[in-house]
Write a protein that binds this ligand. Structure first.
Ligand code: AMP
Ligand code: MG
Length: 481
């Protein structure tokens, strides 16, 4: 292959028990669905070459560029609270790492590339549904300004994948600042492998929090990153859906887009995932679950702390317990911005909660309610707009205190920058997947194009702004393997 990628693989230099080395399984008839040119440029890759036959060969796993060192990473994880000592990449392979134009180390990973020693009973494959879903949602997340793994390419394989029915196979090429999860730490902690834990810690620290001098500072940075991340999710009405520790990225990127969803009608207890029967990962539970996951990370790091056990437990507990305050601060910042407020005042939380409360009682559309604040159409999102009107008087008074108003250009600019016009709405994703299964990728491409600029009103894309009609509502999302 003449396609040149300047791989610089550091994970592959870790001891052999961190992963299994193997090549992707070839596929019969690959076809390029979409290449992320902007991301390719950012990574310093030759987008032109990636769009051609050699790129297709790499993205499908049929051939590897020189310097790739494909491997499936080992990790463990708490799934819905139950510990599984061995999970690992069952359908993914890390091809290698590159240093991007900004000097940052980035993983390039194939997802859906065939069986690995971690596949258990799985086929190691993905169908186009979850691949397109992750492409759309992760790229939208990025455009919305939220730390996330990215999508470099989606390809079809020309093969069938068997789920409930026969479905077209696909592979996603995912890019991330690393694929180190809380579960990666757990994998070695449960085995009592201190040497591996030390190496993993050093590796993760260098990649994510190089300023951290010791494991406690590393934990502090991870807690802060997670608090900021979850506050951003909350401010967009995003529900991750499977916040298992194996899906919790230590660097604070949104990772693993399974049964995730952006809410349409707001309700704090909203759950989408078909497998989340007890609502463990409901919208409003996400901050608590993040704490729970971080406590797992903390306990893995304890043996690395240079102090007595009791002291280490005390110090780590204090760091994890800082989460609620950090989260609240980040949450307030985000929602203040969503109300167009520049400064901070005592009653701001109550003002925000009052709006959310009306939205919840009326099932108002989350995105439309907030975006409507910028164009004077928020009240249209409410079935009983009088309640909103009453609230809006308080809001107007609060804005006036800092010289703003719902009509002031400065306030409107701030509102538009904090409240997207477009989110990846479930019914649109489902429709795009349905069309793709029948061979029409136009709706998928249109979604990607519009969601690349979610804060801009885009004439001609009004239909993608609209909440679902009752018959279009998606009430459940699926794990999507
Ligand atoms: P997830 O629920 O997507 O986070 O995946 C949980 C675990 O199941 C991970 O170890 C995955 O690698 C594995 N897994 C999910 N889907 C498949 C599949 N189709 N084949 C093999 N392993 C899979
Ligand atoms: Mg996962």
């Amino acid at each position: 292959m003449s396609l040149k990628i300047a791989f610089d693989n550091s994970y592959a230099a870790l001891p052999a028990r961190f992963y299994a080395r193997l090549s992707p399984e070839p596929v019969p008839a690959p076809g390029l669905v979409r290449l992320n040119h902007a991301l390719a440029e950012e990574l310093g890759l030759d987008a032109q070459a990636l769009a051609g036959p050699e790129g297709l060969a790499m993205f499908s796993g049929n051939a590897l560029p020189e310097g790739a060192a494909p491997l499936a990473q080992a990790y463990a994880g708490h799934q819905f609270g139950g510990f599984v000592p061995q999970l690992g990449d069952g359908r993914a392979l890390l091809l290698g790492e590159v240093i991007d134009r900004g000097g940052r180390r980035r993983d390039i990973q194939l997802k859906g590339s065939g069986r690995t020693p971690f596949s258990r009973s799985g086929d190691g494959r993905a169908w186009i549904g979850p691949v397109l879903r992750e492409y759309v949602v992760s790229e939208a997340m990025h455009a919305l300004g939220v730390p996330t793994t990215r999508a470099l390419a989606a390809v079809t394989t020309g093969d069938w994948v068997y789920r409930e029915t026969r479905l077209p196979g696909a592979v996603l090429t995912r890019v991330a600042s690393s694929h180190i999860r809380v579960g990666t730490f757990q994998y070695f902690a449960v085995r009592g492998d201190l040497d591996a834990l030390r190496r993993l810690y050093a590796h993760a620290r260098d990649r994510h929090f190089p300023q951290a001098d010791d494991p406690l500072e590393f934990l502090r940075a991870a807690v802060a990153a997670q608090a900021r991340l979850v506050a951003q999710w909350m401010a967009l009405g995003f529900i991750h859906g499977v916040m298992n520790t194996d899906n919790c990225h230590v660097g604070g990127e949104t990772l693993d887009y399974g049964p995730c969803a952006f809410m349409d009608a707001y309700h704090p207890h909203r759950v989408f995932s078909s497998i989340d029967r007890h609502g463990r990962y409901a919208y409003s539970s996400q901050p608590e679950i993040a704490v729970w996951n971080l406590a797992q990370l903390a306990s893995c790091l304890l043996p690395l702390m240079d102090m007595g056990e009791e002291e280490a437990v005390g110090a780590a507990t204090e760091v994890v317990h800082a989460f609620p305050a950090l989260f609240q601060e980040a949450w307030l910042d985000r929602f203040r911005a969503k109300l167009g407020l520049a400064g901070a005042q005592e009653g701001d939380r109550a003002l925000i909660e009052a709006l959310l409360d009306i939205m919840a009682r009326q099932g108002a559309d989350f995105t439309r309610s907030f975006r409507g604040l910028a164009d004077g159409r928020a009240r249209d999102a409410f079935a009983g707009p009088e309640a909103f009107d009453n609230w809006a008087e308080d809001w107007r008074a609060r804005l006036a205190q800092e010289g703003g108003s719902p009509e002031a250009p400065r306030t409107i600019t701030a509102l538009r920058a904090a409240n997207p016009a477009f989110i990846p709405r479930n019914h649109r994703i489902e429709a795009a997947i349905g069309a793709a299964v029948s061979g029409d990728f136009t709706p998928f491409h249109r979604l990607c194009d519009v969601l690349a600029r979610p804060y801009e009103d885009q004439p001609g894309a009004e239909d993608l702004k609209a909440p679902p009609a009752p018959e279009e509502q998606v009430t459940q999302t699926f794990c999507g393997t």
